[in-house]
Design a protein around this ligand. Structure first.
Ligand code: GRF
Length: 202
């Protein structure tokens, strides 16, 4: 599990009691409060400060080594706020999941909630996807939609999207752990199952 900040997605994943072992929680920011949460849960943690490395390639090589020491089946980006190098992605491709706070392919990058409001979209949301070298653009596993309200601010919209993030990320990881995700030509479906991989506001 990789994170940079408060780790609310990590918390949702822990609380979902999935049939997985979280073998390590690694942060590029030593002060990330998500690390405190992980430590309190008794998880193995590592702070690998990106500022202490010469460049992205050097950092990502160290990060990849640290991850491989734990031999995970899946690397989960849970609010990991650094662009990954192509070499890193190639090393873990197919085993690297991210959650992004928009309905991709709309609004890749940062400040997604404000940009959604600026565009006047009526539906916004979040996406779990496999990571590829193209930023916020890999095969989509599951999405959740949130209706935009006329009086929304970036903060109020972010809060409703976050609730959905906490639903769909554990779900996606469960599917992966159960070996049910099938990626055919960049389209991810559930093995032998036509369950909808979309969640709408109730
Ligand atoms: C989430 O909104 C996630 O979609 C984005 O960064 C935020 C991380 O939040 N990639 P948290 O650290 O999991 O609370």
């Amino acid at each position: 599990m990789l994170l940079s900040g408060r780790g609310s997605n990590l918390q949702a994943i822990v609380e979902a009691r999935l049939p997985i072992d979280i073998v390590a929680v690694i942060s590029n920011r030593p002060q990330a409060s998500g690390l405190d949460y992980a430590r309190a849960q008794g998880l193995t943690t590592l702070a690998l400060d990106h500022a202490a490395h010469a460049d992205r390639a050097a950092y990502d090589a160290q990060l990849a080594e640290a991850i491989e020491r734990h031999q995970p089946d899946l690397v989960v980006l849970a609010g990991y706020m650094r662009v990954l190098s192509a070499a890193f992605v190639a090393r873990f491709e197919g085993h690297l999941l991210n959650i992004h706070p928009s309905l991709l392919p709309a609004f890749p990058g940062l400040k997604t909630h404000q940009r959604a409001l600026d565009e006047g979209v009526k539906v916004h949301g979040c996406t779990v996807h496999f990571v590829t070298a193209q930023l916020d653009h890999g095969p989509i596993v599951v999405q959740a939609a949130v209706a935009v309200r006329a009086d929304d601010t970036a903060e109020s919209l972010a809060a409703r999207v976050l609730v959905q993030e906490h639903r769909i990320y554990p779900q996606a990881i469960r599917w992966f752990a159960e070996g049910r995700l099938v990626n055919k030509c960049g389209h991810v479906n559930l093995k032998d199952d036509f369950t909808s991989q979309s969640v709408f506001p109730s």
